[in-house]
Write a protein that binds this ligand. Structure first.
Ligand code: CTP
Length: 423
């Protein structure tokens, strides 16, 4: 696991960084916390020390024999500064070295991430923006602040992003930057197709039948595959997330459009991962103008009439991919490897895992990634818990496994770890 330095600046958002620290340690990373003196006004040294399992220092005069102001930076795989205050950003941009965190920043040769958080006026001030530009110009990764409620009643850009989002971004950097990481480049020369998001089936020009999929897990799968060297085609259904670096995106709306795009991209693919939530049904007809209600109030009461929407089945894209790739009995080389996702709520017919095992057999895919969904679970959230099931008798398949709850980036890494032995 990685050596992470967590530099904490003197802002109120320091309290959120305690959760970020926990995410790192719970996933086995070794974290050295380096707060500034003003950070300790917000969250005290005992908290950082207890959560990291190490003593903390703010100046260069503790433990001098071990030369911490040089050693901590040199040994780091990643330095994360959160919250990065306007003052800390200015000191880092000027190359100052007046405490343990700024000396660490000058000695680190690993990736460095700044997560700024401050009031909107301070963030937008030309001085801060110029300092941020200086840091970016030197290769520092800056995670822009989120917009929303600030410490007082005011709102605007300046909020520290949620710990799960910060962790996901840091993990992605660790994966893509670590030259010795065993996963680096393992998908080089491979073409992978990932579908993400949720289809929308139109009823009329303004309405559709849709679902709650945010696309976060599919986007994380695409990002991790690209970081591991694959050529990635991301077939994206109604997702508003930023496109991961190095990924080709094909935007689609409906299940039929998604089928066309996936089938086309799958022709020369090594792996297809169907993470999209595809509507099983679509309206038989799509009205060419907005469906209006009638206004036929009678003496007997108000008009309660409502239209009936007739649905027809959409194609099962996953099952179609499995059928199209050939016949094992004829000795065909089974490509692409087909991976399905099963979003299950569990019901009277069985538990999430029972339903997923049954779905694996029915769909015939090589790997089924089952996750539990429902109100507030998985859809739209930043974490996920998944179970990996392989087609019985599949050559090279590792055993079933469970992962999470973990950020969707970490789950994506587990899923690719589970696919790679099949290639
Ligand atoms: N899927 C697909 N085409 C569909 C429906 C689903 O390719 N028309 C894919 C999804 O992308 C996912 C997997 O099939 O990888 C399972 O999706 P899910 O909605 O969980 O299953 P369903 O096939 O809809 O089965 P059920 O209605 O029994 O839950």
């Amino acid at each position: 696991m990685s050596n992470v330095v967590l530099g904490v600046g003197g802002g109120i958002a320091a309290y959120k960084v305690a959760s970020l620290l926990r995410l790192f340690t719970e996933h086995g990373h070794d974290v050295t916390v380096v707060p500034t003196a003003s950070a300790l006004q917000f969250v005290g040294a005992p908290t950082w020390s207890a959560l990291s399992g190490k003593p903390v220092a703010t100046d260069v005069w503790s433990d001098v024999a071990r030369v911490p102001h040089v050693r901590i930076g040199q040994q780091a795989d990643l330095v994360v500064v959160a919250p990065a205050t306007a003052d800390l950003i200015a000191r880092a941009a000027a190359g100052m070295a007046d405490d343990l965190l700024t000396t660490t920043l000058l000695t680190a040769s690993c990736p460095v991430v700044f997560a700024p958080a401050m009031h909107t006026e301070m963030w937008l001030h030309p001085a801060t923006q110029a300092n941020v530009a200086t840091l970016v110009g030197r290769g520092v990764h800056v995670i822009p602040p989120a917009s929303g409620r600030l410490t007082g009643a005011d709102t605007g850009p300046g909020r520290l992003p949620e710990p799960g989002d910060l962790y996901a971004a840091c993990l992605h950097l660790l994966e893509s930057a670590a030259p010795a990481a065993p996963s680096r480049g393992v998908l080089a020369g491979r073409h992978v197709v990932v579908s993400a998001g949720g289809t929308r089936e139109p009823l009329d020009p303004v309405r559709f039948l849709g679902n709650r999929s945010s696309g976060k897990q599919g986007y994380a799968l695409a990002a991790v595959a690209a970081a591991r060297g694959a050529r990635v085609t991301l077939v994206s259904a109604n997702v508003t997330l930023p496109v991961p670096a190095g990924v080709d995106v094909v935007e689609v709306g409906t299940a039929i459009e998604l089928q066309d795009a996936v089938t086309r991209a799958a022709k020369d693919a090594d792996v297809v991962v169907m993470a999209a939530a595809v509507a099983d049904f679509r309206p038989r007809t799509v009205a060419s103008s907005k469906i209006k209600k009638t206004h036929a109030e009678t003496v007997a009461g108000p008009d309660e009439s409502a239209p009936t929407i007739e649905l027809v089945r959409n194609p099962d894209i996953l099952a179609g991919l499995v059928q199209a790739r050939g016949d094992r009995a004829r000795g065909d080389r089974l490509r692409p490897i087909v991976v399905g996702f099963a979003a299950e709520t569990g019901d009277a017919a069985g538990s999430v895992l029972d339903l997923a095992r049954e779905k694996l057999v029915r769909k015939g895919c090589d790997l089924l990634v089952a996750n539990e969904v429902g109100d507030g679970v998985a859809f739209g959230t930043d974490t996920n818990t998944v179970h990996l099931f392989y087609r019985p008798g599949l050559a090279g398949a590792p055993g079933e496994r469970t992962a999470g709850p973990a950020p969707k980036e970490a789950i994506a890494a587990v899923v690719w770890d589970g696919i790679q032995p099949l290639l």
